[in-house]
Design a protein around this ligand. Structure first.
Ligand code: FES
Ligand code: FES
Length: 173
């Protein structure tokens, strides 16, 4: 059995300490280790983006990150967007604009959308479409996804922009 390494990650605001095999992917750790199955795994080629989470505020494909690489970071998954029974503006917008079909890609889309909203990058539809480049919706209903992201930006218009990673304290640019 492979040696395990200790990690400490803050996931959705809750700090967890654990031991993982060095090869464990963050996506697998979130799903199998923490039971956060909202993070989907839709490919084995790092292409679909269903596994997208925010790592220290930046969108990453969690199937391309080792759990040990997330040691000491803050991770947000789709479960962390809003408390049960409430909806984040992005979730509200997707509901309003019918931005999902089967829903498989939706967790990743929501996390990327949250980042776009935080960065105030939702007013240009072409930019939204280009930003979705790393996320594959098998249902191909991108039109409503794009509309929903633009709507999320409108709903969240009063929220301050989150600082880019390079502007945060302690993060090298
Ligand atoms: S599961 Fe991560 S990109 Fe497809
Ligand atoms: S809604 Fe079905 S894969 Fe995107």
């Amino acid at each position: 059995m492979e040696a395990r390494l200790s990690i400490q990650i803050t996931v959705n605001g809750k700090t967890v300490s654990d031991h993982v095999e060095p090869r464990t992917l963050l996506a697998h750790y979130l799903r199998d280790g923490l039971g956060l199955t909202g993070t989907h795994i839709g490919c084995d080629t790092s292409q679909c983006g269903a596994c997208t989470v925010l790592l220290d505020g930046e969108p990453v494909k969690s199937c391309t990150v080792l759990a040990v690489q997330a040691d000491g970071t803050q991770v947000m998954t789709v479960e962390g967007l809003a408390a049960p029974g409430t909806a984040h503006p992005v979730q509200q917008a997707f509901q309003e604009m019918h931005g999902l079909q089967c829903g498989f890609c939706t967790p990743g889309v929501l996390m990327l959308s949250t980042w776009l909203v935080q960065q105030h990058q939702t007013s240009d539809l072409r930019h939204i479409r280009e930003s979705l480049d790393g996320i594959i919706c098998r249902c191909t209903g991108y039109e409503n996804i794009v509309k929903a992201i633009a709507r999320a930006g409108e709903l969240a218009v009063d929220e301050p922009a989150a600082p880019a990673a390079s502007q945060r304290e302690g993060v090298p640019s």
